[in-house]
Design a protein around this ligand. Structure first.
Ligand code: FAD
Length: 384
């Protein structure tokens, strides 16, 4: 039998085809109810697990598909076109998977690859808020174990995931943080209330407190005090690419619905559609340019990551801010051209408008990114 010319490209194409199926059959049909009820997209995750897609970036060694940043970004964009909540939950699962793949136990890595384990990042705290790199919660060696205490402010998949990639102050070392894998059923871990968000309503992004939670020292992910380097080296590339892709999928869906609406809706007394109005067409033209600019920047950032280009970190900071801000603009334009019709939830565009708002405030927030990018272009240390 002939060997495939490019096995990774073939694996990517095959995985994306499976995503198309799950998005069409399971994710898109459920999106309205996920939003209306604020329900966690469990059926989507069961389907993704069955198709091996929760192990998209898990290595072949543990039974995963062995793919990387490009696959994750393209996949979550497809999912976001169907349901932005589901896409963000998947984004957080892949971010946690990247850390677990690098530093976690073989058992958890195998469980993720087999589709039996969903994880997420538990970084943001009530104390340090959106400055996710600076946890104030603690870790302390006690009685042969590690005691964790802390107040996490908004954790996607809270009470739904099987584990949390949890940040704390270091137990003993210098440094900003240490990461731990905390099982979701650990005693002392409490999910505080149901998430009732403006958008991304299926995310289950509730607060979680840790009160005398005990984990083993072997549950540490990387070195004590090494959390910041893992966040910047492992998490930021995946997170920034994927949140940009989620924003992109969400704005593509909103624009597509807006174009369908203005093309199909008529002024009967004039014998014209809304699309016959030059003002409306110009709004759509502007929106199309904005979406294509984000897509182009995302593709260039993926190239930068894969080629190890010197501007990789700058691009990663830029792409999240650009996609988040453009997402709010494009969904605003989509609402505008659909007129009063878009105020009805059944119309579908307003869900994308609400969902788009999360990306600008999810850390690193757009305003923090502008400051980081400003430092970079002025030749100052970005994270100093
Ligand atoms: C839907 C959703 C899901 C989330 N899921 C997760 C998750 O899974 N895991 C997780 O760890 N976190 C998660 N978060 C939390 C998120 O990453 C942020 O930490 C959180 O939204 C920040 O909110 P805050 O009120 O604490 O912001 P604040 O820190 O209070 O910010 C308030 C304002 O100050 C601005 N600001 C702050 N610092 C600066 C600065 N240096 N320069 C300029 N402006 C600044 C911000 O941009 C913002 O406009 C989620 C958030 C949302 C909305």
């Amino acid at each position: 039998m002939n060997k495939p010319a490019n096995p990774l490209a073939e694996a990517l194409a095959a995985s994306l085809k499976k995503f198309d199926e799950v998005v069409a059959e399971v994710i898109t049909p459920a999106a309205g109810d996920v939003d209306a009820d604020g329900s966690y997209p469990r059926a989507a995750f069961d389907a993704l697990g069955r198709h091996g897609l929760l192990g998209l970036i898990s290595s072949a060694e543990v039974g995963g598909l062995g793919l990387s940043h490009r696959a994750a970004a393209l996949a979550v964009e497809k999912v976001a076109q169907g349901c932005t909540s589901t896409a963000m939950v998947l984004c957080m699962h892949y971010c946690a998977t990247a850390v677990i793949e690098a530093f976690g136990s073989i058992e958890v890595r195998r469980a993720i690859a087999a589709g039996n384990h969903v994880s997420t990042l538990a970084f943001s705290e009530t104390g340090s808020r959106s400055h996710f790199w600076a946890p104030v919660g603690t870790a302390a060696a006690v009685e042969g174990a590690i005691r964790l205490d802390g107040k996490k402010s908004m954790i996607t998949s809270a009470g739904e995931a099987d584990s949390y990639v949890w940040s704390s102050r270091p137990a003993a070392a210098e440094g900003a943080s240490t990461l731990w894998l905390v099982p979701a059923d650990a005693a002392g871990l409490t999910v505080v209330g149901k998430f009732e968000g403006l958008g991304l309503r299926g995310n289950a992004s509730s607060p979680i407190t840790a009160d005398n939670v005990r984990v083993a020292d072997s549950d540490r992910l990387g070195a004590d005090g090494g959390g910041f380097d893992i966040m910047m080296g492992t998490v930021v590339p995946y997170f920034n690419l994927m949140t940009a892709a989620v924003s992109l999928g969400n704005m593509e869906a909103a624009l597509g619905k807006a174009i369908a609406h203005v093309s199909a809706t008529r002024f009967e007394h004039l014998g014209q559609s809304i699309a016959d109005l030059p003002t409306v067409r110009a709004y759509l033209g502007r929106a199309r340019i904005k979406v294509d600019m984000v897509r182009t920047l995302l593709m260039d950032t993926l190239d930068a990551v894969e080629q190890g280009r010197p501007d990789t970190m700058l691009r990663l900071l830029e792409v999240k801010a650009a996609a988040a801000e453009t997402g709010t603009e494009v969904t605003d334009l989509a609402m505008r051209v659909c007129g009063g019709a878009a105020f009805r939830k059944s119309h579908g565009v307003e869900r994308h408008f609400r969902d788009a708002r999360a990306a600008t405030v999810m850390a690193p927030t757009a305003d923090v990114l502008y400051d980081f990018i400003g430092k970079a272009v002025c030749g100052m240390p970005v994270f100093g």
